[in-house]
Design a protein around this ligand. Sequence first.
Ligand code: FCB
Length: 470
Amino acid sequence: MITFPEGFLWGAATSHFQVEGNPSEISTRCSDWAEWTVADGRIADRTTADQACQFFNRYPDDLELLNQLNLNTFRISLNWPAICPDANGSGLLLSIDSGQIEHYRQLLRRLKGQGIKTFVTLFHFCLPKRLADRGGWLNPATPEEFGRLAEIVAREYKGLVDYWITLNEPLAYTYQGYICGAWPPGLKHSYDDAFQCIHNMLKGHALAYQAIHAEDPHARVSYTMHWRPFIARNKLSPTDQMVRHLRDAVFNHLFPKSVQSGKLQFPFPFSLKKAVEPLSGTIPGLKDAMDYLAINYYTRDVCEFSYEPPFDLFGVKTVKSEIEVNGMGWESYPEGLYNVLTEEIAPYRFDSKGFERPIIITENGYASVFPADMTDGNWSLDDQARISYLKSHLLAIHEAIKHGANVQGYLHWALLDNFEWSEGLRIRFGLVRVAYPTQVRTLRQSAHYYAQIARQNGLDAGDTGNGLAR
Ligand code: FCB
């Protein structure tokens, strides 16, 4: 049996749009995503998140699952579009929907009552439509409003939130929205916009970080990084190596490097671009605005240089994997997680005062594929592939801890099957299966396996999860 440090956080994660089916958001389509999903051809299986898991109304029962799984931590996100339905015309003065504020207060109180630690994300890919219509993150009003949102919710939920996450995966968001166009606003190869978006997200993060700390100096605030190891297809090829280097420098390092130093500096050759000149330099309140390192980790990308225009600096072209992949086309690559925890994030391990930042894995999980209209029955419950993914990644984390990584928690993505953005409902990440037509929840084998790990605060390296009761 290998054990994890005492007090280790064992949890699961969700995000509001993916699970809620928030009735007021859906009826008014007040978010960019609620609108995006109803346009033809954008979601692979043509589903929407209009119902999703109906978590908005079913959360009391769903939170019971956490205790059933022996989990001590849960991650949610707040529905910014529904909380701030209107901007009083100016875009800065928010009007707040007190019913929505109350909703999350009840949810957070319930978690506290159950003895569960809470992670709360402020931006998990969804913008109020009124902001999206005015340029979204490209508009300087957006970081301003984001800072105000942070101030308001930090005051409202004081004492109910253990860890704040300002932005979820800012680079994944920028990449999907401005480079490959799979998510709102749906732009392709729009590099200058992408740089502006990164700049404004850093500003928004700094404002939110400072606002939360002004309300509660002891708050723990960070943002999540989707960390992806990039591997050159041909290690001896200088052009493959160059793409590998650029993707790593932008996707993995640009954001944390800026927060560490307080300055946005685009790596060469981006630094030669005229458009990035006004975006570069110090961002007020940014330096050290990261109290812990929140890592979302799923897989690696093998990349190669392509001579076809447009020149692909962010690397949209990923080489197809030759080994087994999951429903997202993602390889299981646990050694990458070990490297991230022990080497890749080393530059961000300490803040400028010498404080060692704890590391929390805020997402990690395995996707399977089953159509959204499946009802009750036996399908998908015996999820050995998810069990091996979970086990191999926990072993990698344990190994990293043994070699000095200060990892203090692991949140599995996801508690429930949910709406997987442009892939729709058929991609299933849940420990708990959701039969969407009936909304029945059923624990998968992996849920039982994970529950045992959380109870023991450790795992038996030889255990395959096969002997667990269903
Ligand atoms: C992450 C997102 C999360 C979920 C997983 C699979 O990039 O943060 O919402 O979609 O991927």
